[in-house]
Ligand binder design. Sequence first.
Ligand code: COA
Ligand code: AMP
Length: 652
Amino acid sequence: MGRGQTLKCTETTPLRGKMGYQEEYRESIEQPEQFWRRQAEQIAWYEFPQSILTQNERGYHCWFQGGKLNSSYLALDHHVEAGRGGQLALIYDSPVTDSQRKFTFTELRDEVAKFAGVLRAQGVEQGDRVIIYMPMIPEAAVAMLACARLGAVHSVVFGGFAPNELALRIDDAKPKALVTASCGIEFTNVIEYKPLVDEALQIAKHPPQTIVLLQRPQSQAALQSGRDHDWDELMTSASPADPVPVAATDPLYILYTSGTTGRPKGVVRDNGGHAVALKYSMKTVYNTDPGDVYWAGSDVGWVVGHSYIVYAPLLHGCTTILYEGKPVRTPDAGAFWRVIAEHKVTTFFTAPTAFRAIKKEDPEAKLKTQYDISCLRTLFLAGERLDPPTYDWLMGIMDVPVIDHWWQTETGWPICSNPMGLEPQPVKTGSPTFAMPGYDVRILDEAGQPCQPGETGNIVVKLPLPPSCLPTLWEDDQRFRESYLSQFPGYYQTGDGGLIDEDGYVYVMGRVDDVINVAGHRLSTGQMEELIGSHPAVAECAVVGIDDELRGQVPVGFAVLKDGAALDQAQMQQELVSIIRKEIGAVACFRQSAIVKRLPKTRSGKILRKTIRQLAVQDDVPVPPTIDDPAILDEIRETMQTCGIGQYAKSS
Ligand code: COA
Ligand code: AMP
């Protein structure tokens, strides 16, 4: 289809008179089809779905079957056609390169269409996978939207992951092409990507045949003739590609996330449910309107970056900010206030860890007074628990609502939040407020029985999950079932523990599995244990997430050595740190480990990881009734003191 030829899309229908939160929530749970049909009418389909909610042949729920749409069209062309072509779609702000670039909706549409043409010329078609391994530059968003335009499935890999992690994702997704850049910049460090990509391609069993690389001025990568192509060169001769209508149930992307083992889980996001839910969230959760400036201070490698740097703001006609910098030292702890003031940000979203970093360097937020941030209406936080000291600090310095909200890679949009655009609710400290429309959140005990209000248990969501939530794991239905649906039949197991109080406020207390959250980055301690366990001197080990003032949690390893292994503590630590750094990446922040004589276990042999975690942060650790030998707790405590772990860090 040629440029200028417009596909006929349905007109969007204005929403009915506004309901309050309780009414809207009740309708979403009791009449999900009626509710989501109305939300689906808010986006422009090529063909409106024949059915709203069905079950497919494998017994899983599907949203919007029969619908045809294109996510790139909705994010870009639709706004150009509606007269927003001259509005800024994306502002790239990069303190690390001291540069900025701005794209209107028309300009971004043209870039995306051209890069879609580049990919097509490289053989990428609908359904093909493309790995994107890029730093926080506009071309990362362009590559994602270009894949969406062709109906190809992108899989963005966070730039902080090591070659081995990239190779694991390549082998699972079996991509036709990989898009990368010559380097990323971390504070002042230039991190060359090409050697990492080359190493990953060596390790991978299914390497893609085509690499497209953007040369950045900070570092020039050597290209392998025939396989590697220069982004700029291909763009000069590319013919723009128009959006390809895809089925609502076709995958838009795969995003790998940490599970309990070394193999990451390929969360699949479909096109239809994603577009409808994200558009809905932009008003209901974030209270934004087209034309607002929305900034998610995250990375395109994480789900927050997918949903709220790239897709949702654009789907809603907002201007999005893509920030290549840090909260601190780029150049100082006033960086966030500067960006908000300079680009007139109305809605800002980041992880608590970023504010902990700012608080450490500028405890009285003096730098904030240098900027006029009166444009800001709301601050949203997610990615990890919003700890009370950070919340209190923010309450003391901010003049706008500070909203905690809870969600996961698997859902793509908030499970719980304060519905700021629907009916803001009183905040209760420590709670991300209420379940969002579409999520029937319950608390179940280990036997699957409902917990009483105020009682802690497993947080689950009664099926069906709302649109945008994962329909499955990439080519692994069995793992999808086992990971999320088997433990509590009829419910999705979130992996988080918590409670709902008598007023319906949800409290998320932390993971009930081997997943930890380090500076807002989700990592698997199970995976780290597998890697440490592969060290020839290690007989067995445990990795636990220990509370950390800046990063929320950091992983610490405890290893029992094989008899006769001649390694001292310092040597061991160095080797384990370098294994994790090499295999997972610096982002794991694995910096501490200790040799122990034995690990605390139950009589049936299960390692008591929670007890190890508690020993690192508190003095009065209850002796678990199932423990094999209570004397071991003193041994571990002593080792922690010697090695300066957790609460003993300063006294070491
Ligand atoms: N590419 C390459 N390396 C990366 C990277 C990337 N994209 N991101 C992090 N790393 C490296 C860092 O350079 C560091 O390496 P080092 O051990 O050699 O110093 C290591 O991974 C650990 O990174 P991090 O924990 O992020 O520490 P930091 O000192 O670089 O920054 C914060 C600390 C708090 C400023 C930073 O973690 C932050 O901004 N966090 C916000 C996280 C966030 O937005 N999460 C998204 C969820 S909403
Ligand atoms: P990710 O999939 O990387 O977004 O990580 C999701 C996990 O981060 C959740 O399962 C929670 O454990 C944690 N998380 C995210 N947001 C919050 C929040 N607001 N409060 C508590 N935990 C959170």
